[in-house]
Each structure stands twice: as C-alpha cells, then as structure tokens.
Design a binder for this molecule. Sequence first.
Ligand SMILES: Cc1ncc(COP(=O)(O)O)c(C=O)c1O
Length: 376
Amino acid sequence: MADAPTVTDPTRSTTPAPPAGARTDAVRRHDPAARGFASDNYAGVHPEVLAALALANGGHQVAYGGDDYTAHLQEVFRRHFGPTAEVFPVFNGTGANVTALQAVTERWGAVICAESAHINVDECGAPERVGGLKLLTVPTADGKLTPELIDRQAYGFDDEHRAQPQVVSITQTTELGTCYTPEEIKAVCDHAHQLGMAVHLDGARLSNAAASLGVPLARFTTEAGVDILSFGGTKNGLLLGECVVVLSPERVRALPHLRKLSMQLASKMRFVSVQFEALLAGDLWLRSAEHANAMARRLDAAVRGIDGVRVMRPVQSNAVFAMLPRHVSERLQKRYRFYFWDESTGEVRWMCAFDTTEDDVDGFAAAVAEEMAAGA
Ligand SMILES: Cc1ncc(COP(=O)(O)O)c(C=O)c1O
C-alpha cells in the first residue's frame, strides 16, 4: 500500500498525491480547485478509487474479464442485487444501455421509453443504429413512465407491420432529476411482464436514487421486478466504467457476445472491475451519492430565496433545474460552467457531484443572486 494515495477528503479528490517514486512528463493543464455545476461527470476520480486502481496495477492478469478482480466483482454485486445477479463491466453508459437492450430483444423488437430518456435524446441514435432497435417514445411530465403511459405504445403485438414492443426502459434517477419510488417501479414491471415485455433500467445515477429513497439498491430493482440494468459508476466518482447487471437470467440472452459485438469488452477489465469493488464493497457509493444529493438540496434551498429564480422540478437527486432570465444565465456561465437544459424555454440544469463542496454551492448561489440583482 506504500504507493497508494491516502487523501480521503472528497473536496481534494482531484489532487491526490502522485504515487511515491512515480515520475511523469505530463503537465497539469487545469486548475484542480475549479468546480462548476455542468455535470457530475465533470468531476475527477475519487481518491479511494484511484487508490484501488493503484492496488490493481502491476503484474499480469488474464485479459477480457478473466482476472481476479472481475471474478470477485460477481460476489460484490450479488450482495447488493441478490444471488441471481450477474455483472458485465463495460466502458460507458451508452454502451451499457445498448448492450443490455439488445440482450432482451429480438431483431424485430422495439423499446418503450420516455421521450426524455437518455437512450432517445443523448445517445446519437446508438440504440437504433448499433442495436438495430426501434424506440417507441412517450411524453411524460416528470421523466417517469407509468402503466398508463406504457399502454400508449404497448399495442400491436400480433401485427407483423409493427416493430414489436419487447422491453420497457426506465431511468432511475430520471433525466429530469426525479426519483421513482419502489412501488412505482414495481407497477411498471408488473405491467410490462403481464404484456410479455422485459424491463430495462438505465441506472447511470442508481446510487443517487438509493441515497434519495434511503433503501437498499435491490428494493427498487431486483425486488421490484427489473430484469436488466445499467449500473453507473462514472457519475459517482469512477475514472470510467459502468456495468450491465442481469437480474433475470431467463429473459436475457447472449450478453457476452453482445458486449463484444457492441465494442464494450475491455481487455484490461481488471481496472474497470476494481473501481466498482472500491465503490460497492464498502459504502463509498452511498457516501458519495448522499453527498451529491445533499449539495443539490442545499443549492435548491439557496436559490429558491432569490427573487426571479424558479426551481422547476422536485429536487430528488443531485440535479437542480431552474428558470431565470436567459441573459442572467449567460452572464453566470462566464463565471461557472453549466448547461441550458432546454434552449427553447431557457431552463437550466445545475448538477452536483461527489466533490461539490458547501462553499462551492454557497459561492454559486451568491453569484446567482448578484447576477439577478444586476438585472439587464
Ligand atoms: C441517464 C443517463 N444514462 C446514460 C448516460 C450515458 O453515459 P455515457 O456518457 O457514459 O455514455 C448518461 C450520461 O449522461 C445519463 O445521464
């Protein structure tokens, strides 16, 4: 352990000490103390994850998942998701989704999802082009599907002219920062199963959901009836990596082939797997997600008091969606990074991460107040 970074303060996570004796010709090209509110994946790597990566380094290990870290990861995931869970580490969230969806569909299959789903809006058509899947979308008020909303697309099962709805895909927490209750997910799963469809869950921020609900991960996944999920790591302090987690093996086929076919099979998989061990063997996943959520709640409380700022959606994870005059947002963007969520309405999204500090939030809220006061 002599060369493992020892920094544990999450606010210093982007500046771990270099391993003793390591030298590098690389030059630091950014300010490691600068943090914004653009996305949780703007954050660096949690020092405990970096320490795990150092631990897994050295020597040779079997490539393509035949290593000891990936073998152990099965047990780590089963502790969270139950004895039938099977985990497949991949590179990124888009890859996890596309791989998982192919494993629960046939060539004529279609996916029912919310219009706002990441698979529909932000994956460059990869489910369609790489997965060959048709997406059947439904508008929602809050990013959540319900049995009634699913029924708007769940028809035509005997019609050879229609792409066959074979899976319902939901996101937890949703792209709009809202969180399904375990009961809501169970209702979706029961309904989908009654209609002969499987359920995929995009869990890029699943840890934030567990932190928000205060329940174990299995409560709103395995126990609710989810068949397959994409488990996020990158947005919760990993360097990179997500996992496809199979919960109903009887509904899933050919995952190992589909992962490779979808260009998601890491040859040095031990370095993806060990990060998830660092995240899930103890409570790092929950500590980091609880912290990010708490920072979003702090931001919500701070900006609600500012005249002219409207928080648009319930803050149930690590995101705050707000409306303020566009020119004010544009001025603020010169001081802090964040995105417009909806260019047409001017709604903005402010994301917190595991390394967002109270001072970051208070400083940002003060900047919002200043720019609002400065007016036009
Ligand atoms: C809900 C959701 N799913 C999936 C992803 C995909 O992640 P990646 O950028 O790793 O492909 C993201 C990333 O923003 C996301 O927000």
